[in-house]
Ligand binder design. Structure first.
Ligand SMILES: *[C@@H]1O[C@H](CO)[C@@H](O)[C@H](O)[C@H]1NC(C)=O
Ligand SMILES: *[C@@H]1O[C@H](CO)[C@@H](O)[C@H](O)[C@H]1NC(C)=O
Ligand SMILES: [Ca+2]
Ligand SMILES: [Ca+2]
Length: 354
């Protein structure tokens, strides 16, 4: 018997709230739960192996060490670390089967060193050995040694579920995942192995790795001198991009990018590739640059005394501070006068509405 553990577990289980009803729908399969438990158990064995009795090798220490190694004390330590305190399902599983775990630990470990095989497959019958599936643990398609020729996943592999059929990895197809899909070619094929390798990006189908091995070209490539070469879509008679965009030829395709905002039409990125400039800009050593209208001889501001400020793409005319705007000039300020008394004879505030 495990000292104290059952009582402690029972108390723990009583104190725990029942699992929320929603959990039931997405709970892990019994096999997955068993596998997790075994993983934790194996980890517990690793952790406790490092523990206690470091160094020294006197006869007494060796004797004590081997005593601990197979002891119920060590088993209890491992079992205590198996489940999180709020993991109801895990604690239930341990409680239900701790006699099994104890029997394996004390008597069967030598004969059945793989706890997963002994506990989850043979004893609880909730899992299958790797490479087998279904209620009776039948061999997967392609055999239990290398299911699906090593190129796919066997449905239900290692569980008591599934139908043993293959879900092939990318590039493979067929019941045993030995055939290559379009876009892949067979790089190796013998009685037991099949390797499919991706074609060059220019091929839709191929018999080898380069653009010269294409059967059909991929969209965006054309057959030329025995190879598939990229189409320059930008050179098409009707350009594929808009008036405010330029076209960039890329492998298998093309992209349209917006012109610089200073351009009216362009052939590439930035203000240096404009066809024409937008109003307010002019080409200056090949680049569309803001025109400094204020620098024009004679000035651009129509009114007398007016100040000119250059802005990107334009300019503004404003009267100097304190000047007053008139039809055709900025007027010098008149001498100051008492505006408050003339225009705002402020009445004393009424208190009645407070
Ligand atoms: C098939 O090819 C694999 C991978 O190269 C090789 O390991 C295996 O021995 C080959 N089997 C046969 C039967 O030739
Ligand atoms: C663009 O077009 C030319 C065809 O003139 C092609 O040879 C070239 O490789 C294409 N692709 C890229 C990414 O430049
Ligand atoms: Ca292209
Ligand atoms: Ca300007």
């Amino acid at each position: 018997m495990l000292p104290r553990a059952p009582a402690a577990l029972g108390l723990l289980l009583l104190l725990l709230p029942p699992p929320p009803p929603g959990e039931a729908t997405k709970k892990p399969t019994p096999c997955k739960r068993c596998r997790e438990l075994v993983d934790k158990f194996n980890q517990g064995m690793v952790d406790t192996a490092k523990k206690n009795f470091g160094g020294g090798n006197t006869a007494w220490e060796e004797k004590t060490l081997s005593k601990y190694e197979f002891s119920e004390v060590r088993l209890l330590e491992i079992v205590e670390g198996l489940c999180g305190s709020s993991d109801f399902e895990c604690n239930q599983l341990v409680e239900e089967h701790e006699e099994h775990l104890e029997a394996w630990w004390l008597q069967l470990k030598k004969k059945y060193p793989d706890l997963f095989e002994w506990f989850c497959v043979k004893t609880l019958k909730v899992c299958c050995s790797p490479g087998t599936y279904g209620p009776n643990c039948l061999a997967c398609q392609g055999g239990s040694e290398r299911p699906c020729s090593g190129n796919g996943l066997c449905s239900g592999d290692g569980s008591r579920q599934g139908d043993g059929t293959c879900q092939c990895h990318l590039g493979y197809q067929g019941p045993l995942c030995t055939d290559c899909t379009a876009g892949y070619f067979s790089a190796l094929r013998n009685a037991t192995h099949s390797v499919c390798t991706a074609c060059d990006e220019s091929c839709k189908t191929c018999t080898g790795p380069t653009s010269r091995d294409c059967g059909q070209c991929e969209a965006g490539w054309v057959q030329e001198d025995g190879a598939c070469v990229d189409v320059d879509e930008c050179a098409a008679e009707t350009p594929p991009c808009g008036d405010t965009q330029y076209c960039e030829n890329v492998s298998g395709s093309f992209v349209c990018e917006e012109c610089d905002p200073t351009c009216m039409g362009c052939t590439g990125k930035g203000p240096g590739h404009c066809k024409e400039c937008v109003p307010g800009y002019a080409k200056e050593s090949g680049q569309c640059t803001d025109v400094d209208e204020c620098a024009h001889a004679g000035g651009v501001c129509p009114r007398r005394n007016e100040n000119c400020y250059n802005t990107p793409g334009s300019f503004v005319c404003v009267c100097p501070e304190g000047f007053e705007e008139a039809e055709d000039a900025c007027m010098q300020p008149r001498p100051a006068r008492d505006e408050a008394t003339e225009e705002n004879p402020a009445p004393p505030p009424s208190r009645e509405d407070l």
